[in-house]
Structures are given as structure tokens and as C-alpha cells.
Design a protein around this ligand. Structure first.
Ligand SMILES: [Zn+2]
Length: 89
């Protein structure tokens, strides 16, 4: 009984907090902040989860073990690195 009551109390408190956060200067600022948060989360999330699940970060093919690219993009990256090195030497 007490636990339930505490849970409810906590929930109400956190909802109040969210309400405060959502009161931005105006509608446009609110939109900007909300989208900024969402976009950042999505960007971080997809790169991180792909890395973890062994999927190439440039396409959806399975990545080579130990790196974040598939065989095709590993090759592309290798070519790119060789060209870049060639330029500097
Ligand atoms: Zn790839």
C-alpha cells in the first residue's frame, strides 16, 4: 500500500518537472528544443546500435568483425586512405 502511494507520488512529481521543462519562451523555442533532443538521440542511437549489432554504419550489410564497415565499405575506406596518404607524401 505504502509503496503504491510512493510510486504515485514520484510519478506526479516527475510529471510536474516535465511540465516546467516544456514551458519554453515561446512555441518556436519549444519546437526547436524538442526536435534538437530527438534528432540528437536518433543520431547517437542508430550509430551506436549498428556498431553493437555488427551492421555496417554506411549501409545495412553485416559488418566485418572488429570494424564498423562491411567488406565493400572497408575496401572503399582502404582506397580512400591510400589516396589520402598518397597526396600527403
Ligand atoms: Zn557497408
Amino acid at each position: 500500500m505504502l509503496k503504491e502511494w510512493l510510486k504515485r507520488l514520484k510519478k506526479e512529481k516527475s510529471e510536474d518537472k516535465n511540465k516546467d521543462k516544456l514551458e519554453y519562451e515561446n512555441r518556436f523555442m519549444k519546437f526547436y528544443y524538442l526536435n534538437q533532443n530527438r534528432l540528437n538521440k536518433e543520431r547517437r542511437g542508430s550509430y551506436g546500435s549498428r556498431r553493437k549489432s555488427g551492421i555496417c554504419v554506411r549501409c545495412k550489410r553485416p559488418a566485418v568483425k572488429g570494424i564498423v564497415f562491411c567488406e565493400y565499405h572497408q575496401e572503399k575506406q582502404r582506397e580512400y586512405n591510400q589516396k589520402a596518404r598518397g597526396k600527403f607524401n
